[in-house]
Design a protein around this ligand. Structure first.
Ligand code: NAD
Length: 418
């Protein structure tokens, strides 16, 4: 008997995750929920879902699915809704998976208050919370975590992370925003957003910081202590940027392990720093990772005195296949059946299964959450990890609003030992 999972939010992003959650071998029953009846109907009538979906398990409200007897809910609603919805689900006895970020609203103090409420709710209810941060399961992050666990970086010195998504990038943010505000829950947001603006409260790209900060934080297993940040204000009265103080924000953090981290959250520049708009680099005293290359110098622990035998640096280029962690074979097979309905046939072994979605992270996110619920353990991106990402963005935004003043970054500590 597997676990039961309800999927809340069947918009563009939720639609990508629904087949993965449905096909995971630990999941025996799914439920579906969206306030838009037409989105719900598309999934409810799709034969792909029928083996694990009963018609009574289709819901048009979060309130209704919260009263049903699911073990866990997956919340992939708009970014300003996540935290209260996750708290509601945990209060009703469900483990919860949230799309990123924890909560994106313009008010710094309110976001931190939601972080606090989430940690308190996890502690009090004993339910599990996982943030679905895609960068955490990009192959680069998996590889760097393995190297960090092996001590191959030496001492951490410096890291960089960036999310450079120009508003008019291929995945156009004007279109994304108009899609997210077109639905019933989207329309409800517009007057709330206008109230923040009338009160002079403006957010910025650092309120969506998870793609840039999570790489350095999860590899170094350190949290930010203080930050100095600056912002660039849109100069051209672009309507897309009317509700934000800055279109680009840049920050330098002092970390708890003594390292320094540079973060960029950019929405108004077509350029990217490295090979990927959404990536990170980590530099230690003995090993470093940048742009899919591993750099190493095997310095001995003893002082170097033998000039004839000096350590030499090496550079190793890496492919995604080399960087990914393996998935359990039965899980990989279940996901492969989504891509290839004939995966069990004679041609099956020859059919490709390359992890897809944001660098291949989607199947890993699903597997981690489902496993954590089934095994009753904390997920990797638990609430204590998730609030670290959000707090970095909020503190950076506060600093940018104060023209680079040093701002302390709050922290809720490490996850309690299992
Ligand atoms: N790389 C990433 O991690 C990444 C990429 C894209 C999107 N996202 C996140 O995914 C989330 C969803 O984005 P999207 O583009 O799919 O949005 P969307 O607007 O297309 O979908 C959201 C859906 O949630 C539903 N919803 C909202 N409140 C509800 C409620 N109370 N009950 C039932 N349904 C409700 C809406 O009706 C809508 O269909 C966002 O928070 C975004 O930040 C993350």
């Amino acid at each position: 008997m597997g676990i039961s999972i309800g999927l809340v939010g069947l918009g563009s992003f939720g639609s990508c995750f629904a087949p993965l959650f449905k096909n995971h071998p630990f999941v025996s029953r799914i439920g579906l929920c969206d306030r838009e009846p037409s989105r719900l109907a598309t999934f409810a009538h799709d034969p792909f879902y029928q083996d694990k979906l009963h018609p009574r398990d289709c819901y048009e409200s979060l309130d209704a699915i919260c009263e049903a007897d699911f073990d866990a809910l997956v919340i992939i609603t708009q970014p300003w809704l996540h935290a209260p919805q996750c708290i509601q689900a945990m209060e009703r006895g469900k483990d919860v998976y949230s799309a990123v970020p924890i909560m994106s609203i313009p008010h710094d103090a309110e976001i931190l208050d939601w972080c606090d409420k989430l940690v308190t709710t996890v502690r009090r209810t004993g339910q599990r919370y996982m943030l679905g941060e895609t960068t955490y399961y990009r192959p680069q992050a998996m590889y760097c975590r393995r190297q960090a666990r092996a001590g191959a970086f030496g001492a951490f010195v410096y890291a960089e992370g960036e999310y450079m998504h120009d508003v008019d990038h291929d995945c156009n943010l004007r279109r994304v925003n108009s899609g997210r505000t077109a639905s019933t829950s989207g329309k409800e947001w517009l007057p709330i957003r206008d109230r923040y603006m009338r009160a002079g409260v403006y957010g910025g790209p650092m309120h969506y910081p998870t793609h840039s900060v999570s790489g350095p934080v999860c590899v170094m297993r350190a949290h930010a202590v203080k930050v100095n940040a600056y912002g660039y204000r849109n100069q051209e009265s672009d309507p897309f940027f009317t509700d934000v103080a800055f279109s680009n924000e840049m920050a330098l953090f002092a970390m708890s392990n003594g390292a320094t981290v540079r973060i960029l959250e950019m929405r108004e520049t077509p350029g990217i720093v490295g090979q990927d708009p959404e990536t990170f680099r980590v530099f230690g005293t003995r090993g470093a990772f940048s742009e899919n290359r591993w750099f190493q110098i095997k310095r001995p622990d003893a002082p170097i005195t033998d000039m004839a035998n000096l350590p030499t640096p090496t550079t190793t280029p890496l492919t995604s296949a080399e960087m990914f962690d393996p998935l359990p074979p039965e899980v990989e097979m279940a996901f492969k059946r989504i891509l290839h309905p004939d995966a069990d046939g004679v041609a099956g072994p020859g059919l490709d299964f390359s992890p897809q979605g944001h660098g291949g992270s989607h199947p890993y996110l699903v597997h981690e959450f489902v496993s954590a619920v089934a095994q009753r353990r904390q997920p990797a991106i638990n609430v204590w990890e998730a609030v670290r990402y959000m707090a970095m963005g909020v503190a950076a935004h506060q600093s940018a609003l104060k023209h680079g003043e040093t701002v302390s970054v709050p922290d809720w500590g490490d996850a309690p030992p299992a």
